[in-house]
Design a protein around this ligand. Structure first.
Ligand SMILES: [Zn+2]
Ligand SMILES: [Zn+2]
Length: 490
């Protein structure tokens, strides 16, 4: 039986920023001519081959690094999201923009995301279902929904983890491979790597698209410079793999062209590495010119894992915080996942939660998340009224603290239900209860607050139609004795 060498040439990272249109067209052509299942199967094989050629084929370190990056980006998306959705009215501006305008920014997001590192550029082949320019820009809503789905779910102050973007083809591929290769660690680690790269790239593209659209400078993350660990690839098997690659290239392009391509690849690799930095794992300080940060010796001696610190102090802090879980040890996927979330938790300390987490199926809006954030930071407040949208907590919100213990308890119970389930009756009851308070405290005279403002706030926070909400509140007022808070009219 003859073996056919299949070689798919992926659009190159150096063209992402240089010639985004052509680079994107190449990607989209590739993705539309190959069926997703085939691309995924091919990619998994490639990754497995590459891993097998290294000295530590089952190492989860790359998986771990990408997992950390992705979690960090998700956390950032939460922060940028809340800020832009609320203070810049991003949703309306995006929807009102012409599709061609949106398209321009999606393309910037894509090419910026893919040009961070070669593995991210190549990861575009795992995202064929999501990262298509038209898909993300034509109707506007697709992109917004994706952004809101990725934003940290229940609260920004809780421990972040990854949200995997589902897709039937991808999910079934993953299930099949997990079953098929249950006994092969190399396959399972490679599969995990594909999943995490896919997720990381989608996060970056979504974030960079928004930054480009609202004119924020895209602060690209600095890649970490490898310091010697690449010697892993100098194994006999790696050499054989590269030789095989060269052979295929010569077969496809002829000797001269293959040579030219190889030289170009070398240049690109050099340029990519030059852009990277050595940085402290704890405080993220960059290693200055002429100085050499030290590394964790146990990790380096046992595994050639390059964990770098600017000082002894940083190393001690990081060790206590999370590094001890993995120091000097090979970790499996489960430990890697636990480690990443522990590290993220230490990075973003949690504040006491006032509101229960969202029930499955209820997705909180950015407005509601902002409100919950305020309540978490001010446990004495029962509710915050928004009177402006300037981005300043102190002048945008007025807090309400009920002094009557009965009302206090009753209001918090409907508030918590409304904020964690989105239950309509609770939202209306909460509106009615808080409205009553505003009237009794003459908020209109004191702060220029009014009923329409209030309905607007509630409608935004729960993504309800304003007229419906108004009508429901008035209806409850007419039958006020059925209000669970059951107050007499003042
Ligand atoms: Zn440091
Ligand atoms: Zn260590």
């Amino acid at each position: 039986m003859s073996r056919v060498a299949i070689h798919i040439e992926l659009p190159k990272i150096q063209h992402a920023l240089e010639d985004s249109e052509r680079w994107n067209a190449d990607w989209e052509r590739l993705m539309s001519t190959q069926d997703l299942n085939f691309i995924l199967g091919y990619s998994l094989n490639k990754l497995v081959q590459r891993r097998r050629a290294t000295a530590a084929p089952e190492s989860t370190d790359e998986y771990l690094i990408n997992l950390n990056n992705a979690i960090e980006m998700r956390q950032r998306l939460g922060k940028i999201g809340i800020f832009t959705f609320i203070d810049m009215d991003f949703e309306a501006t995006w929807m009102n923009a012409a599709p061609s305008e949106r398209r321009k920014h999606v393309l910037v997001g894509l090419s910026e995301g893919c040009s961070i590192a070669r593995n991210l550029n190549d990861a575009r082949r795992f995202t064929a279902d999501v990262l298509k320019v038209d898909h993300l820009s034509r109707d506007g809503k697709t992109y917004l929904d994706l952004f809101k789905t990725i934003m940290p779910g229940s609260d920004l102050d809780t421990t972040p983890d990854l949200y995997y973007i589902p897709n039937p083809e991808w999910d079934s591929f993953q299930e099949r491979m997990k079953e098929k290769y249950a006994a092969s660690k190399v396959h399972l680690v490679s599969l995990g790597e594909m999943q995490v790269l896919r997720t990381e790239l989608i996060y970056y593209v979504v974030g960079y698209t928004m930054m480009s659209f609202i004119g924020l400078k895209i602060d690209r993350v600095a890649g970490i410079k490898p310091r010697g660990a690449s010697s892993d690839f100098k194994t006999a098997q790696a050499k054989k793999m590269y030789k095989e690659g060269d052979r295929i290239q010569r077969m496809m392009f002829g000797f001269e062209e293959a040579k030219r391509r190889k030289a170009e690849e070398k240049q690109v690799a050099k340029a990519l590495i030059a852009r990277r930095v050595v940085m402290c794992f704890q405080c993220q300080k960059h290693q200055p010119e002429g100085e050499k940060f030290s590394r964790c010796s146990r990790c380096w001696n046992n595994l050639k894992r390059d964990v770098v610190y600017c000082s002894r102090e940083c190393q001690i802090i990081d060790y206590k915080k999370s590094h001890k879980m993995i120091c000097g040890k090979e970790v499996d996927m489960d430990v890697a996942t636990q480690f990443a979330s522990k590290r993220a938790a230490a990075e973003y300390p949690t504040t006491p939660q006032q509101i229960p987490p969202a029930v499955p199926g209820f997705k909180r809006s950015p407005y509601l998340l902002r409100h919950i954030q305020l309540l978490n930071k001010n446990p004495n407040a029962d509710f915050f009224f928004r009177i402006a949208y300037t981005g300043e907590t102190t002048s945008d919100f007025i807090s309400m603290d009920l002094t009557n213990p009965y009302l206090h308890k009753a209001l918090r119970s409907v508030r918590n239900k409304a904020m964690s389930t989105g239950d309509r009756e609770s939202i209306v009851a909460l509106s009615h209860g808080t409205l009553w308070y505003c009237n009794a405290s003459s908020f209109d005279k004191k702060f220029g607050w009014n009923f329409d403002n209030f309905c607007d706030q509630m409608a935004k926070e729960w993504e309800m139609e304003m007229p419906d909400l108004k009508e429901a509140i008035l209806e409850l007022d007419r039958k006020r004795f059925e209000d669970p808070l059951n107050r007499k009219r003042p």
